[in-house]
Design a protein around this ligand. Structure first.
Ligand SMILES: *Cc1c(COP(=O)(O)O)cnc(C)c1O
Length: 365
């Protein structure tokens, strides 16, 4: 952090860095949005001005992700965590099975909620290997009677990511994409549902994006509370109750920023470059740094690693903090170090960390 650039080297896992351009635009528009004399937070969610902001965010999402017509796009609340409950509540019945592929703590949380509604089955798990990799695709066998298959596309805590998705042979595939949504192009048509809390790659916390196929939606249970039915939110264009208006506005601005950057192909390329800077340091460190994730399962969003010994690791984190690096402590459940390099983390910030890691190694090896 220097005087000329007041922005921290922010590697927070979530909530996390937002694009500076977006923050500055929001600041500029904060007290007088489009000449209304009000902020976007101070006006009706049913008025024309918010409605435009809301619908533009939806159409930007559709365009950037190339979402087919037979999918709905929803903005919900309650985080990705409420989706862990809403999914089985809507799509699982007592006595029916659903497959869960276990790649980390978030998969475990999703699985646990499903046990309340039906019979989730763990059809693959890498828990015994400390979730250091994604199961290989040929290990995965889906029962054609299952209500759905659930995966976590990027494992925020362990730093692993699916590079290719399983073929579920027609069984609806649901993905928690909270920590890699819109970090690269994805073939949405392969999924029955995609969901993500916005606070890692898309905006502030408080908004959850849900992309859901219409024919899957049609199979949902009906005897459940109104606000927890996906259909309620579809029918009201996500305006059944007061939505998080500021969050949706910010999400729309982040999507505009992605467009300006050249869309998801350009974003993906930059994410690869950013992650490579840091993985290269780990791989060329002769064991001074070791990655937690197996190479073939490495995440481009969360880079998890350890430093040679524990005392040195403590010192690494403390010196990094003094040098202005934020959020490098690993998740409390795994320890070590983690650099989250989401879309809005600039290349220069990743370069600064790579340089710092190299210098630290030279000094302490
Ligand atoms: C952060 C995270 C969650 C939890 O999201 P909330 O919005 O806090 O409920 C769930 N799944 C994954 C993969 C995450 O990274």
């Amino acid at each position: 952090m220097s005087h000329s650039n007041p922005r921290a080297f922010n590697f927070n896992a979530g909530p996390s860095a937002l694009p500076l351009d977006v923050l500055e635009k929001a600041q500029q528009e904060l007290v007088n949005f489009q000449g209304t004399g009000m902020s976007i937070m101070e006006m009706s969610h049913r008025g024309a001005i918010f409605e435009t902001v809301h619908n533009e965010a939806i159409s930007r999402l559709r365009k950037l992700y190339d979402i087919p017509e037979n999918f709905e796009v929803l903005f919900l609340q309650g985080g990705a965590s409420l989706q862990f409950t809403m999914i089985p509540m809507n799509f699982l019945q007592a006595g029916k099975k659903a497959s869960y592929i276990m790649t980390g703590v978030w998969s475990e949380k999703a699985y646990k909620e499903a046990t309340l509604f039906g019979e989730p089955v763990q059809i693959a798990s890498t828990k015994e290997d400390k979730y250091s990799h994604i199961p290989s695709l040929d290990e995965i066998e889906v029962d054609s009677d299952d209500a759905y298959v659930h995966i976590t596309s990027n494992n925020t805590i362990y730093g692993t990511q699916w590079s290719e998705f399983p073929d579920t042979k027609g069984v609806p595939l649901i993905a928690d994409m909270s920590s890699d949504i819109m970090s690269k192009p994805v073939d949405v048509s392969k999924f029955a549902m995609i969901y993500a809390g916005a606070q890692k790659n898309l905006g502030p916390s408080g908004v959850t994006v849900v992309i859901i196929r219409k024919d899957f939606l049609a199979k949902a249970n009906t005897e459940i509370p109104t606000i927890l039915k996906y259909s309620t939110h579809v029918e009201s264009n996500s305006l059944y109750n007061t939505p998080p208006t500021f969050g949706i506005y910010m999400l729309g601005e982040v999507l505009k920023w992605i467009e300006d950057k050249g869309g998801l192909t350009a974003i993906a390329k930059q994410n690869e470059e950013k992650a490579k800077l840091i993985y290269d340091v780990i791989d060329h460190s002769n064991g001074f740094y070791t990655g937690h994730a197996s190479k073939e399962s490495r995440s481009l969003m969360n880079i998890t690693f350890r430093v040679a010994d524990e005392a040195l690791e403590k010192q690494f984190l403390s010196e990094a903090k003094d040098a202005g690096f934020i959020g490098l402590n690993g998740h409390r459940s795994v320890g070590g170090c983690r650099a989250s390099t989401y879309n809005a983390v600039p290349l220069e910030t990743c370069k600064a960390l790579a340089d710092f890691m190299l210098a630290f190694q030279v000094k302490h090896q």
